[in-house]
Write a protein that binds this ligand. Structure first.
Ligand SMILES: [Zn+2]
Length: 379
């Protein structure tokens, strides 16, 4: 383990007084001792219990368990609205081969656009779990969990078929003890997110991807990126999935043919819609337009945002990986992309955001997505 050895060396140097060096590792006991003593607000959903406690209270959606995680936890699909999809003659890629996408799904013949919201497949990125639990509450009652009127978003949602997978990696989220990373340090993100090797050094990003599944004697704390079998659903083997999560997520996409689909993530920086890789440039351009519209709404609301990406073909010595967002396009034709929300870390280089602002960022993205889908539906 070349990288792990290097990190250990840095740890040793730190031990002889190399002050101000970034923390390069952490034990489980140290991570526990750093947990903030705070009560998270009621509108925040940072744990699996925050979801399971609410599911039975929503009366209007159809709620299904679409898979069980290796840890035995249910993966839920919450559906508002009914599907009006005619039977498919072919799977997506055969229909594309026939130059007749309607053989898979005649989207123009559907009454409503279909939008798929996929919650955290990286379990600690609970900003999206919070956002989606609030979205479901808004679809049910017209108000978010702060009690704030959201009748505009409610009305938009009711004109669409809204599919919500609130927790894309229940094992990972169940392992996440802080409930929120807002106000915590980058070291806490690295511990809970990517985890540690057995010498307590951080696996870090992107080094955490060099071993997959993340199993074996060299693993310390298994980060919340992974399910209980060490699988990161973002980088599963999509032609023969190793984990039940990505298999179930892709099945939902295949059966519902969403017009638009997002895999919701979080990072240290400003809110960003990422360029989808390995999809036609037209799909990239379409997502870029959605990015522009989302950033305009965020700007109007005094919320931070990144700049729109530039569409580009895959190239270079380290091209982008074919990830879950790419797979969502290739199985369903959806304009599928990854969204990154700020955690609101207390770091100089991080994008600051309060818990309230994080929820507002999530809801603003959802609004922009629903508008985007409806705009393309209305002749
Ligand atoms: Zn992520």
């Amino acid at each position: 383990m070349k990288q792990a050895k290097w990190i250990t060396a840095v740890l040793c140097l730190a031990g002889v007084g190399l002050a101000a060096a970034p923390r390069t590792g952490m034990t489980y006991a140290e991570a526990q001792a750093r947990l903030p003593q705070r009560q998270l607000p009621r509108f925040w959903a940072g744990k699996m219990e925050d979801l399971s406690g609410r599911l039975s209270r929503w009366k209007t959606p159809e709620i299904r368990i679409i898979a069980r995680s290796p840890g035995g936890r249910p993966l839920h699909l919450i559906q508002f609205g009914s599907s009006s999809r005619p039977p498919a003659l072919a799977n997506f890629n055969s229909a594309i081969g026939a130059r007749e996408p309607a053989a898979y799904c005649d989207a123009a013949a559907r009454k409503q656009p279909v939008v798929l919201f996929l919650g955290p497949v990286h379990g600690h990125e609970v900003e999206a779990l919070t956002g989606l639990v609030n979205l479901a509450e808004i679809m049910e009652t017209g108000r978010d969990l702060r009690g704030r009127d959201q009748s505009g978003l409610h009305a938009l949602g009711r004109r669409c078929l809204v599919l919500i997978i609130p927790a894309g990696n229940p094992d990972g989220t169940a392992r996440f003890q802080p409930g929120a990373l807002q106000g915590l340090a980058g070291a806490d993100l690295r511990f809970w997110g990517q985890g540690t090797w057995s010498d307590h050094s951080f696996c870090d990003w992107p080094g955490c991807k060099r071993q997959h599944p993340m199993v074996g004697a060299n693993i310390g704390f298994l980060g919340c990126y992974f399910n209980d079998q060490g699988i990161n659903p973002m980088h599963d083997e999509f032609f023969e999935p190793m984990g039940p999560e990505s298999r179930a997520i892709l099945k939902v996409a295949k059966e519902t043919a969403p017009d638009l689909a997002v895999s919701l993530h979080s990072h240290e920086s400003k809110p960003a819609l990422l360029r989808p890789a390995y999809v036609p440039l037209e799909i990239q351009e379409s997502v870029r337009q959605l990015a522009r519209e989302t950033y305009t709404l965020l700007e109007q609301r005094g919320l931070p945002h990144a700049e729109p990406f530039t569409p580009a073909p895959e190239k270079g010595p380290h091209p982008e990986p074919f990830n879950l967002a790419s797979a969502l396009y290739h199985i369903s034709g959806a304009a599928a992309f990854t969204f990154e929300c700020p955690h609101g870390l207390a770091e100089e280089t991080a994008c600051p955001a309060s818990l309230e602002q994080i929820l507002d960022i999530q809801l603003t993205l959802y609004e922009a997505m629903l508008r985007w889908a409806l705009d393309r539906k209305t002749p």
